[in-house]
Design a protein around this ligand. Structure first.
Ligand SMILES: Cc1ncc(COP(=O)(O)O)c(C=O)c1O
Length: 372
């Protein structure tokens, strides 16, 4: 059976890995660079990453404070393993990337969502963050640009959050994997760049996945203050030994080589984003707060909840997404797993033809929901 589902839910760039990066991977194989590497990564890659943190993010770390992992997801997991003890509370700004709460639970921690409201552009209210801190709070996870909301945290907000972290002795886990995908002049600021006090308690996670269209290579990395890099290396030594040698060589080419593809992809996302926002704007039953970063748009389906399609009541975004796929052959991602049960996430990391067809079908489905 042919798969006639139009997928506008994808969480990875539709672009191929740039040629010079692929060539570095080929060369690694040809040169038999196929053995285990040092556990925290090859020195030249750690050095390139330390330099990148310094120059692009204003984060001052030595090569020894950088650990290379199997993707940003693995880097988050590593950090939580060394930061969280059973019973510790981890504050997570909600809506959140679905993996964080589960990763916290795997460490025996307790995820504590702090709601960032749509009317505030999905930016967390510092007073709400402060109010959620208890004597068990240990870590604050922030993700800017944010998946799934597309919110980009301004410098002043980060300053407020840094103040709370310092005052209440919290570690901060800053996930910055979408840092290069920004719109309408939004600026990416790394919280660890603000001052030395916040830098000393922040783990900054990043990855080559989204920036360089390298999701399948599985390379992420983190800047880890104090002794954390040694502790993460100790964890890595018993969990994975080291990331793939071949992928590390490819990642090295991503850092040291031509960067044109980064802006080219961001430009394509910007054009598609404009189109998505226009289309959503015209669908009166749907609404969205314009994303300022990432390739996602979190769309409220709230007015449609409680309605029915073909006799099936749409109770939440899970049912909406399921019905949409079954009836209209469009895949989006339900917001339920992101802590947004009245929203769906649309991705514009797909070609324009796919986007047009997907949004046409979504519009027809929404019209049906409204009519029935
Ligand atoms: C917010 C966020 N962090 C981290 C990741 C992990 O990316 P990767 O493990 O591919 O580097 C993702 C992937 O979707 C993400 O959305």
């Amino acid at each position: 059976m042919t798969n006639d589902v139009v997928d506008i839910g994808k969480g990875e760039p539709d672009f191929h890995t740039p040629e010079h990066i692929k060539r570095a991977g080929h060369a690694a194989i040809d040169q038999n660079f196929t053995k285990y590497t040092p556990q925290p990564g090859i020195p030249e890659l750690r050095e390139a990453i330390a330099w990148k943190f310094e120059v692009e993010n204003g984060i001052h770390v030595s090569q020894q404070q950088v650990v290379v992992s199997c993707g940003g997801k693995h880097a988050v997991d590593n950090a939580l393993r060394v930061l969280v003890r059973p019973g510790d509370e981890v504050l997570i700004v909600s809506p959140f990337w679905f993996a964080y709460p589960e990763q916290v639970r795997l460490c025996g921690g307790v995820p504590v969502p702090v709601v960032a409201r749509e009317e505030n552009g999905y930016l967390p209210d510092p007073a709400a963050v402060r109010g959620a801190v208890t004597s068990r709070s240990r870590v604050l996870i922030i993700n800017s640009p944010n998946n799934p909301t597309g919110a980009v945290y301004p410098r002043d907000l980060l300053r407020d959050l840094a103040g709370i972290a310092v005052e209440r002795d919290l570690a901060v886990l800053a996930d910055e994997v979408y840092e290069k995908i920004l719109f309408d002049g939004a600026e990416h600021v790394s919280i660890a760049s603000l001052d030395s006090r916040i830098a000393a308690r922040t783990v900054t996670v990043n990855s080559v996945s989204k920036t360089h269209a390298m999701t399948g290579w599985r390379i992420g990395y983190a800047a880890l203050p104090g002794t954390l890099a040694d502790r993460v290396t100790a964890v890595q030594s018993v969990t994975i030994s080291a990331p793939s040698a071949i992928s590390q060589r490819a990642a090295l080419a991503a850092f040291n080589g031509d960067q044109d593809h980064v802006a080219r992809m961001a430009q394509a996302y910007a054009e598609r984003r404009r189109y998505v926002l226009e289309r959503i704007d015209r669908m009166t039953a749907l609404s969205t707060y314009p994303c300022l970063g990432t390739f996602y748009c979190l769309v409220s389906v709230s007015p449609l909840l409680g309605r029915a399609v073909n006799g099936v009541a749409i109770g939440n975004a899970d049912v909406f997404a399921e019905r949409l796929q079954r009836e209209a052959r469009v895949r989006v991602v339900s917001g339920v797993g992101f802590g947004a049960p009245k929203h769906i996430r649309i991705s514009f990391a797909v070609g324009m033809d796919t986007l047009i067809e997907g949004l046409d079908r979504l519009e027809q489905f929404v019209t049906r929901c409204v009519m029935e």
